[in-house]
Ligand binder design. Structure first.
Ligand SMILES: N[C@@H](CCC(=O)N[C@@H](CSC=O)C(=O)NCC(=O)O)C(=O)O
Length: 276
């Protein structure tokens, strides 16, 4: 791994690394916040998955999470949102497909199938790398925003007993039924919609074998709420399958990192309670 930067903050360290990834067959960059407690003991980890157009740095620079994480003794790992360095057809033409829009799934359509394996990267490869190189214990939780909120939900739903807790800010909830999801699923998975369901949180609820609560914050002034995010789909699926969900509609909040910064401390407390 190549250390790109190391910055002291709130008594801990924010470090940025580049490494060669086997899942995406190219270099990937991630950020990790190590709290002061990690100097002397192993700490639990929260994985944070960002949304469309983001890199690992949107969360580190805008969420304001590190004071609380330092107090709790919680490491936070922020992967990038897609492979970089490739130049596939349409990969860099729009904000909601290709680079910056990996969607945390494994693509099956060529040429994307060669490297757009962000699910394997965040579920298997990155945690193994983090365990090998940092003073972390085997407890982990996952959270994210929008595309990354959906990523967090599917990682938890598809991997029972892997994460101690899961939360999401303004997640896309039912990508098989919104424009963002239909566009990327067609491009990465193909036209056969039956193959899409295994990557859709609302569809996955009926197959869940662990009833891990879904903790979701959603702003009611979010411009993407009714057309892309559709939390009512997820709530309906949870209700139908007796799956626990705590959806908090937050009055006046939009889709931005100002919203995330307003509630991130509560999410960190929530995860740390489960990780203790
Ligand atoms: N057209 C907009 C859309 C990009 C946007 O809003 N991205 C969000 C995530 S949306 C769902 O995954 C985001 O987190 N942006 C980065 C940020 O720092 O706010 C555009 O291109 O701006």
């Amino acid at each position: 791994m190549e250390l790109l930067s190391s910055t002291k903050t709130f008594g801990g360290w924010l470090k940025r690394y580049r490494h060669a990834s086997t899942s995406v067959k190219g270099d990937m960059v991630f950020s990790i916040f190590l709290p002061p407690q990690a100097e002397t003991k192993k700490v639990p980890v929260l994985y944070w998955l960002s949304g469309l157009t983001c890199t690992d740095e949107n969360f580190t620079q805008k969420a304001g999470a590190f004071k609380k994480a330092a107090q709790l003794g919680l490491a936070i790992v922020c992967p990038d949102t897609s492979p970089r360095g490739t130049d596939y057809p349409n990969e860099h033409d729009s904000y909601d497909f290709g680079s910056g829009a990996g969607f945390y799934i494994n693509a099956t359509v060529e040429p994307y199938a060669q490297s757009y394996n962000m699910y394997d990267y965040v579920v298997d490869e990155l945690p193994a790398l983090i365990s090998e190189h940092f003073r972390v214990n085997d407890k982990k939780s996952i959270s994210g925003h929008s595309m990354g909120g959906h990523g967090a939900l599917i990682c938890a739903l598809k991997n029972p007993n892997t994460y101690q807790s899961v939360s999401a800010f303004a997640p896309i909830t039912n990508p098989t039924n919104c424009a963002w999801g239909k566009k990327v699923f067609t491009g990465y998975l193909g036209e056969d919609e039956s193959s899409w369901q295994q990557w859709d949180a609302t569809c996955l609820i009926q197959h869940a074998t662990q009833r891990l609560e879904l903790f979701v914050d959603q702003g009611d002034a979010d411009d993407f709420l009714s057309k892309q995010l559709k939390p009512e789909s997820l709530v309906k699926a949870c209700f139908k399958n007796d799956h626990p969900i705590n959806l908090r509609m937050q009055s006046g909040y939009d889709h931005s990192y100002y919203f995330i910064a307003s509630f991130i401390d509560e999410h960190l407390d929530y995860h740390f309670d489960a990780l203790k």
